[in-house]
Design a protein around this ligand. Sequence first.
Ligand code: AMP
Ligand code: GLY
Length: 437
Amino acid sequence: MAKVLVVGGGGREHALAAALERSPRVQAVYTAPGNAGTPNNVPIDASEATGLEKLADFAESRGIDLTVVGPEAPLCAGIEGGFRGRGLPLFGPSRQAALLEGDKGHARRFMRRHGIPHPDFAVFDSLAEAQGHVRAMPEGPLVVKAGGLAGGKGVTVCGSRAEALEALAGLMGRRLLGAAADTVLIEECLQGEEASILALCDGRRALYLASSQDHKRALDGDLGPNTGGMGAYAPAPVVTPEVLAAVDRRIVAPTLRGLAEEGTPYRGCLYVGLMIRDGAPRVVEYNCRFGDPETQAVLPLLESDLFDLLAGAARGELGGLAVRNRPGAACCVVLAAGGYPGAYEKDKVIRGLEQAAGLPELHVYHAGTRRLGEEVVSSGGRVLGVTGTGASIREAVAAAYRGAAAIGFEGCHYRRDIGYRALGRALGRALGPPRGR
Ligand code: AMP
Ligand code: GLY
């Protein structure tokens, strides 16, 4: 029987821990640092100066059979190398392979070298040159991006050259994101529908979890400021079998081949953010980890044993394994704290968790929560991810909103239209986002 350590403390990590606990081969799951919903919390924070070493010490002393890393920061800081050096099995890419997320200029140049479909781009480390480039572009939409890790705050989709110049002034002039914008990218603005693909990779092969779609804006109708993600659903109907075949052939296979050829084979979850237009996918971004909140929608559909898949990928042996999903759909609604995505309130008592636990087809994933005495209180901007499942997207959406309605805390807000694109397709027409459900 295996012992597993999950690194991280958000909704994604709770979903990973819950899916791993379902495996008959898993004896115990530990979570570091975890939250009020995760099992066996270990008070080690990977972002502390000696956090990675402490995690490896813990894994060694407890005889952990597999460590699964949630967030990008420890991967980009090289947690994989530290564990490998001590003979400790870990699911997650090496620091070099994780540069696909950690350095967006590197990622775009990699795509160009390997013929992987991507938008036109240019990379700059000087404000004057970046400004000159924008001024020389035709008037129209452009995307300005910080080259480094920016916790989801590094991208501005600009409607005009003037907006792009303003975004550059913020990143490189006022240095709003610090060193994350030492380099910036100016990209062609892709059009189409977005979707997320999570590929479990063993260095050579990939197995695909259900496709999904994230909802990044704070308000219904995809309005308001960007957030870490206000909800997700799976599968995403825009990812037809033909689109998935194109993703495999034109994106994931050449990515794995290119990384292996360059001496940085990829073992871990490769997240491919896609823009799909007329059935043709292009890469918006790579992430070196599971998506949040996509994971909270994708894993409740997984029937295969997640431990077998992640342990196989970590060993470089996915051959012979397969991903099997239950039929139907899942929808995750994020309950956010008052003020989020700006400065938000904390320490609000969360009510209704027990009632929600009794509802059918519902998984409640904790994100920003902690225990305070007998109570569970909020401690982050995204507080809970409430996932409904069902035979159809309609049923899944209904189950998720029954769960959301059962739970409450002061200032709680959530989008009422998660899944609207898939609902529209199920009805056979393009559906505008419903308002005021
Ligand atoms: P983030 O997850 O913070 O990296 O934000 C990425 C988001 O910015 C994506 O989900 C897209 O909506 C948008 N985005 C990034 N690059 C492009 C691009 N080249 N064209 C269109 N949208 C983009
Ligand atoms: N949901 C987007 C991400 O995980 O980056």
